[in-house]
Design a protein around this ligand. Sequence first.
Ligand code: NOJ
Length: 648
Amino acid sequence: MDESQLVTAHQSKSLGSPDGALTLTVGIDEHVNQLWYEVKKEDHAYINKSLLALYGPDEKNFTHTPDALPVEYTSFDETWDQPWGEQRSIHNNYNELAVKGESFTIRFRLFNEGFGFRYELHGESETAITHEETSFNINGNASAWWIPALGQNHYEHLYHKTPIQELGIAHTPLTLELENGGFMAIHEAALYNYGSMNLIPAEQGLKSKITPLSTGNAAEISLPFTTPWRTVIFSDTAVGLTTSRIMLNLNEPSKIEDTSWIQPAKFMGIWWGMFLHYFTWGSGEKHGATTANAFRYINACKEFGIRGLLIEGWNEGWDGDWTQNGDKMNLMQPYPDFDIHAITKYAKSQGVDLIGHHETAGNMAHYEWQLPEAYDYYNTFGVRYIKTGYVSPRSNGKEFHSSQFGVNHYQKTVEMAAERRIMLDIHEPVKGTGIERTWPNLMTREGVMGQEYEGSGAVTPEHTTVLPFTRLLAGPLDYTPGLFNLSGTSRKISSTLAKQLAFYVTLFSPLQMVADLPEHYRGHAALQFIKDVPVNWDTTIPLDGVIGDFFVVARKDRESDDWYIGAITDENERTVTIPLSFLPEYRSYTATIYRDADDADWQSNPEAYVIDTQNVSKETTLTLRLAPGGGCAIRLAIDGETPLPYAA
Ligand code: NOJ
């Protein structure tokens, strides 16, 4: 063996990022026989020596490391296109170092903005991973924006910022502010057949805690086996974190060859009416999913130019306490007042796509028992989108949604749906880890304290200014934006109307809801923004932001040369200046600016907005005032086909 290609207790091995700025070093700790890694940017250490280990039954260390192990270096550089996303073209460029043991490999990939690594176990047998001891020994003091894992409500919490030593069991993505002013986010990619990774404080920094099965194991597996990638991204600025595509790059290319049927869309819903108590999911006088309501909402979609319509509460099983009745959900039996034949026929004739709905109340076994027939049933009516839901503290009464059991269930639904050309929007999901690259029919998920919590007093204006830097790092988010009636209902909403518009740009989802009742949109000039705004982007440029204070982002449409800007603030009024220097040279645009009125305020006057128009170009700097709890949404429509006269 060539000694220069060995990592030993006395000889560490290093890997540089493609641009040379980051260095990842691996070595062997001979006292505990474990591999360690550390990461630096130039001379500054981000992560100090951090040990790695996976354990099996009887405390067997699967990654027990002898005195010396061979390493292998490779590199990769390609650009690939997404069928939908925040960015059309993605650059995947990394250097790789694999440490090769007899019974395991640990593979590191170092990109310009961070790294990923995973454990690969060799062999042929059935076994269990009882726990994973992956450490992140962060250099210096750090604080994190976090939400608790392994509780009752999964991801549906406000984020709190604390020193990392005060973390409970925290979900990832975990976003850290570092002592030196930089930022870091720890997450994972390609979560398959394994419990989701959470983080807890360790003696030094943080370490992994995998969501257990009810048996207590992290995963029950057959060898050979590969864990998900553990990922870390770095940035000098908070907005810089949002540009990393490491999570997607560490997933496999699409397994769906022809993706032409996978189509982003906006959709209305027989949905918010349930939260306002105008409708019920279950049968009775106020039943929402009736044939008459469905026709009315299809007409509204047509009137407003919105392609999709979600209808919840259409099937038998909602009566009584539906959250406890997953076993009663019959996903092939419409309520008698829901004429699925007539409704789907009418929707088709009006060019409206129905978004079907499967609520499981967390009873994954009962749902699987109805699959794939429940997909085929919708398919016979031409329903190509399905929103699924898993309201319940535990799946099947005992398993965490984010356990290996839950992860495998969700994956089964994604693959069965793909075979039938069905696109999914998963509520109460497991967090996103980029598998939409491989399965682009998994279009969006909830996994957040979403807009449906508005009115219970739980949501703060700050919440949506944290999400772009935390939850959105895990991929598309079905936040259900677009509420226009903010004061006339029992539910007090924590934003202004202009901020609701801005959500379409700041909170990415290729399936994006237009959540309010049709009657709340009529007569509003601001509806034009919702009609215009795309849900699929060519380019995304985050412009400015402070976690928990504000966020400003510009995105270019995929289908045209138009750009859109979204700006949102927390409870504090602020003025943001937006240089439009990202626009191409020699072109002029008409900016339609949907802004908070001068006296708007989320608490006292949330619906007051003004629409201004202005000619702009690359040279323009816009100055925008955002009201307390407010926002601003801008469409930049390119003027004509030809460059400005001074182009020559
Ligand atoms: C919770 C989901 O998040 C919500 O969108 C849905 O309407 C209800 N469950 C009922 O399925």
